[in-house]
Design a protein around this ligand. Structure first.
Ligand code: SF4
Length: 419
């Protein structure tokens, strides 16, 4: 019988066959935390009273959630993290470098690795065929010290993809469609493994968006095969040597199979206050949008902004439009492509690379009764800093089309060019 991606990656790491459902102690390739979770991980590390970190060059702290910090206590957290990194000799993603998950895939993540992060969307690196998963600060504190984690091997779901995206339909629509099918806890502690010829029609940016949101149906991780698209991506990041092929076995022991014909997927939206509360955009009528946010580890890559710019070039938005590049690299590439000029001339506000208003700390908190349409991954009550606001989630293209009209808008709608 064949093996799942999870079995292949974890067995190779451990040097022996692993079985789903069993607990093992695994070596880690990368351990990271961000500015919200980092201080607690440091506290746990200090309580262990271990003087040295097993491998500081494989430990990273990112200052991304409150960047630059809007309050003194957050500035103090940054100071604490900087001092800790200097003392133990680990790496740091500074303010303005971007969102942890985006920097991970640009600089560090590679096929076959085990990556643990004190952030639930660590699963993003699964797009590069890594076993990447979020953990609590306590586990991360221990992993920082020892370079190891204990973990139960998840059972896997086979998400078989077929076909190609239609015009103005995106990877975000695929994952919202899947989450709607599975439900918010429909894949709890499972690995979503994306297989089928449809995977070959998805770019790395598409795959990153899909893997990023695997956790929104409870999954431990979301993994794509490592193929030519992976190789090209790593090469474009100057890391061709990090490539290794990891392909799928059609006879692997999957717990469940889900089939998605990508060609049948339409622009989707998550309605408040749950990511799995999905609907087709065309079925939600007359929803006025106060604020649109394009950015985050889900929808803040260059291709996302380029698609938005295509819709907004030479036009003016009717909703407030906030844009936050996922990383410094995304910002610099967007600058070369001229996307910021287009989006700013359309009325957009350019924020520094980082999480922006995603988690409600700063840079775009909603007023009472306001509606935000966001390219992010979560729309829980109060997520953007005000429980009296409402968050809808959609693709960057749907966000751009809706900013243009001021209402939730299917980006395929006729007449958009007349705005
Ligand atoms: Fe979390 Fe949003 Fe930052 Fe992603 S962009 S890491 S979802 S706060």
């Amino acid at each position: 019988m064949g093996k799942t991606f999870v079995q292949k990656i974890l067995s190779k790491k451990l040097g022996k066959e692993v079985e789903p459902g069993k607990i093992y102690i695994f070596p880690t390739d990368w351990v990271f935390a961000q500015d919200g979770t980092g201080p607690l991980a440091i506290k746990v590390f200090q309580e262990l009273q271990i003087k040295e970190v097993s491998n500081p060059s494989r430990v990273i702290f990112f200052l991304d959630h409150a960047s630059p910090p809007p309050r003194s206590e957050l500035a103090n957290s940054h100071k604490l993290i900087r001092e800790f990194c200097a003392r133990i000799g680990c790496l740091i993603g500074e303010e303005g470098d971007g969102v942890c998950h985006q920097i991970m895939v640009e600089r560090y993540s590679a096929p076959g690795q085990i990556i643990v992060g004190a952030d639930s969307h660590t699963c993003t690196s699964g797009a590069l065929s890594a076993f990447a998963t979020g953990m609590g600060s306590t586990d991360i504190g221990v992993a920082i010290a020892l370079g190891k984690v204990w973990m139960k091997v998840p059972f896997s779901f086979n998400i078989q993809l077929k076909g190609k995206l239609k015009e103005r339909v995106t990877a975000k629509d695929i994952i919202l469609h899947l989450i709607g099918k599975l439900g918010a806890s429909g894949a709890t502690y499972k690995a979503l493994e994306f297989t089928g010829e449809g995977t070959r029609n998805l770019s790395m940016d598409d795959r990153l968006t899909i893997s990023n949101m695997a956790v929104e149906c409870g999954a431990k991780t979301g993994i794509f095969p490592s193929d030519e698209i992976t190789r090209e991506y790593l090469t474009s990041m100057g890391r061709e040597n990090d490539f290794q092929e990891i392909s799928y076995d059609t006879d692997a022991p999957y717990e469940k199979e889900v089939f998605i014909n990508i060609e049948e997927v339409e622009p989707m939206v998550s309605l408040p206050h749950s990511v799995d509360n999905v609907s087709k955009v065309k079925e939600v009528k007359n929803l006025k949008i106060d604020q649109v946010f394009i950015g985050t580890c889900t929808g803040g890559r260059l291709s996302d902004f380029m698609k938005a710019a295509e819709i907004l070039e030479g036009k003016k938005v009717k909703s407030r439009l906030l844009i936050a590049p996922g990383s410094r690299k995304v910002f610099l590439e967007g600058e070369k492509e001229g996307v910021w000029k287009i989006l700013i001339e359309a009325g957009g506000i350019l924020l520094p690379p980082g999480c922006g208003p995603c988690v409600g700390i700063h840079q775009g908190v909603l007023a009472d009764g306001e509606v935000c349409l966001s390219s992010a991954n979560r729309n829980f009550k109060g997520r953007m800093g005000n429980p009296k606001g409402a968050i809808y989630l959609a693709s960057p293209i749907t966000c751009a089309a809706s900013a243009l009209t001021g209402y939730l808008t299917d980006p395929r709608e006729a007449g958009l060019e007349d705005y």
